[in-house]
Design a protein around this ligand. Structure first.
Ligand code: ZN
Length: 254
C-alpha cells in the first residue's frame, strides 16, 4: 500500500470548488496571493495553490482529529485554499495555526469574495445607470421642445398636422434625435457586455428601460423626416410614465 492510500485526499472536484470559492486567492489574510496565472505555453495555466487539510489527512499530521470519519476528512468542510507557501507554513506550525484560526481564515476569505462580487456588480450597474441618466436628460430636453412647440394644440393629432406643415422648421432637432439614438445604441452595447455582472433585478429593469425606448419609423420616401419626428414624439409621450417609474425603481434598488 502506498502512502497516498492512507491519506484522506480531497477529490478533484472538491479541490476545484475550494479554489473557486475564494477566486483562487490564498485564504491567509496576510498573504492573499493569486494562486493561478498564465503559463508561457499559451494553452496552459500555472497553479501555485493547494487544497490544504484543516485536520490532517492521515494520523500524525497537523491538527489530526481522530474523531473525524474518513469522509469528514475528505469533505469540503475540512479544506482551505492556500498558496503553496502558506500551505507549508500552516502544516509546520500547528500550535500557531489552529483549526479555529484556519476556519476563520476560510470564512473571511469567502465573504471577501462575496463582498467583492457585490461591489463589482454595483460598479457595473452604476456605469450603465449613469448613461441612462444621460438619456433621461436628453428626453427632458425633447419634452421641453415638444411643450414649447406643440403643447398649445388641442390634440396630439393637431400638433402633428402642424409639424407636417412646418417640419423644415423642426428639422434641426433631427440631429439631436440621432445623437440620442447613438447614445441608446452605446448603452445597449455596454449593457450586453456586462449584463451578467449586474444583479438580476437591476439587469431586468435596465432591459425593460431599453426596450421601452425602442421606437420604429417608416421611410415612405416622401415624409421620412416628419414621420420620424412624429413617431419619436409619440413614443416619447407614450413611454414617459413607464420610463420615470423604471428610473425610480432603478434608483431604489441600487
Ligand atoms: Zn499564501
Amino acid at each position: 500500500m502506498t502512502k497516498n492510500n492512507l491519506r484522506d485526499e480531497f477529490p478533484k472536484n472538491i479541490k476545484e470548488t475550494l479554489a473557486k470559492r475564494v477566486s483562487y486567492f490564498c485564504s491567509n489574510p496576510k498573504c492573499r496571493k493569486m494562486t493561478i496565472g498564465p503559463h508561457t505555453d499559451a494553452n496552459k495555466s500555472v497553479s501555485v495553490g493547494v487544497a490544504a487539510h484543516i485536520s490532517a489527512a492521515s494520523p500524525g499530521g497537523p491538527r489530526y482529529d481522530a474523531t473525524l470519519t474518513s469522509s469528514d476528512r475528505k469533505s469540503i468542510k475540512n479544506g482551505i485554499w492556500l498558496c503553496q507557501n502558506c500551505g507549508r507554513e500552516v502544516d509546520i506550525d500547528e500550535i500557531r495555526f489552529t483549526k479555529s484560526i484556519l476556519e476563520a481564515w476560510k470564512r473571511e476569505a469567502e465573504s471577501l469574495v462575496v463582498k467583492k462580487t457585490i461591489e463589482e456588480k454595483y460598479k457595473s450597474s452604476k456605469k450603465v445607470i449613469s448613461k441612462i441618466q444621460d438619456i433621461e436628460e436628453m428626453y427632458e430636453y425633447f419634452n421641453e421642445y415638444y411643450i414649447a412647440n406643440f403643447d398649445h394644440f388641442f390634440s396630439f393629432n393637431d400638433a402633428m398636422v402642424s409639424l407636417r406643415k412646418h417640419y423644415y422648421l423642426h428639422s434641426p432637432i433631427m440631429t439631436q434625435i440621432n445623437t440620442l439614438n447613438e447614445l441608446i445604441s452605446k448603452v445597449l452595447e455596454e449593457f450586453r457586455k456586462i449584463k451578467l455582472d449586474i444583479n438580476p433585478k437591476t439587469s431586468k429593469l435596465i432591459k425593460k428601460y431599453l426596450d421601452t425606448l425602442k421606437f420604429t419609423y417608416e421611410d415612405d420616401g416622401i415624409g421620412f423626416y416628419n414621420n420620424r419626428l412624429e413617431r419619436f414624439f409619440e413614443n416619447m409621450i407614450d413611454t414617459k410614465i413607464t420610463r420615470i417609474q423604471i428610473i425610480k425603481e432603478l434608483s431604489n434598488c441600487i
